[in-house]
Design a protein around this ligand. Sequence first.
Ligand SMILES: C[S@@+](CC[C@H](N)C(=O)[O-])C[C@H]1O[C@@H](n2cnc3c(N)ncnc32)[C@H](O)[C@@H]1O
Length: 251
Amino acid sequence: MRFDVVTLFPELFGPHLSEGVTRRAFDSGQVDVRLWQLRDFADGNYRRVDDRPYGGGPGMVMLAEPLERALAAVRADRADATPLIHFSPTGRRIDQALVQEMAAGPGAVLLCGRYEGIDQRVIDRHVTLELSLGDFVLSGGELPAIALLDAIARLQDGVLNDAASHQQDSFSDGLLDCPHYSRPERLVTPEGELAVPAELMSGHHGHIARWRRERSLEITARRRPDLIAAARAAGKLSRDDERFLSTLKPG
Ligand SMILES: C[S@@+](CC[C@H](N)C(=O)[O-])C[C@H]1O[C@@H](n2cnc3c(N)ncnc32)[C@H](O)[C@@H]1O
């Protein structure tokens, strides 16, 4: 799959594409990321990419013409009709279902805004989907683009050391993940020793799996009851799950 990123700050992507386990996906070309410097498509000595908004008010708007030229160049370079994603706080919230869908797709063109945002006519003409990282405002679309690329890369075959590991991640089966523990078995702290839960030390696969499932149900019920309702509606909760949930005290 191929992603073409149009940005004023291509250098922000470098470290994120070249470090950590996801590097495998980017190095191998499984996730082929090409960076386009928007300023290369701007006019004049100053290569201006922004101007004041019509109607007045604070801030600057990213100019339509450099964006039009950049998108035409990207389209000419990749002869397919892949979706164009614009990152915006006004967009659909990125979630794991969308990441899973995109991880099996052809890629996309990613448009990173800056300043007050981009000229609406470019959005109206070209954008297929607007995506938000969450209900807060960042200074640019680069971090959402990096977050999306990372989430997609880690789902590619051979990227994680243990292929099963993302199947137990939060959201993959609709619930939040359970807690994890590693050595030492007893952690010495000034307040006393902290032991690993006994079930995880039992060596009994069935008990361990049930303990993990119950912790996952408990955390999800307390923190994200909306996810429990969705899992129930999708028929993803067993009788044992429902029995366990009915034992949880409120709060
Ligand atoms: C300062 S923001 C503009 C915010 C815009 N005026 C608004 O209030 O919706 C500059 C750029 O950062 C990106 N951005 C900021 N917050 C974002 C978020 N939560 N999700 C996705 N992109 C975001 C967008 O590309 C946006 O064009």
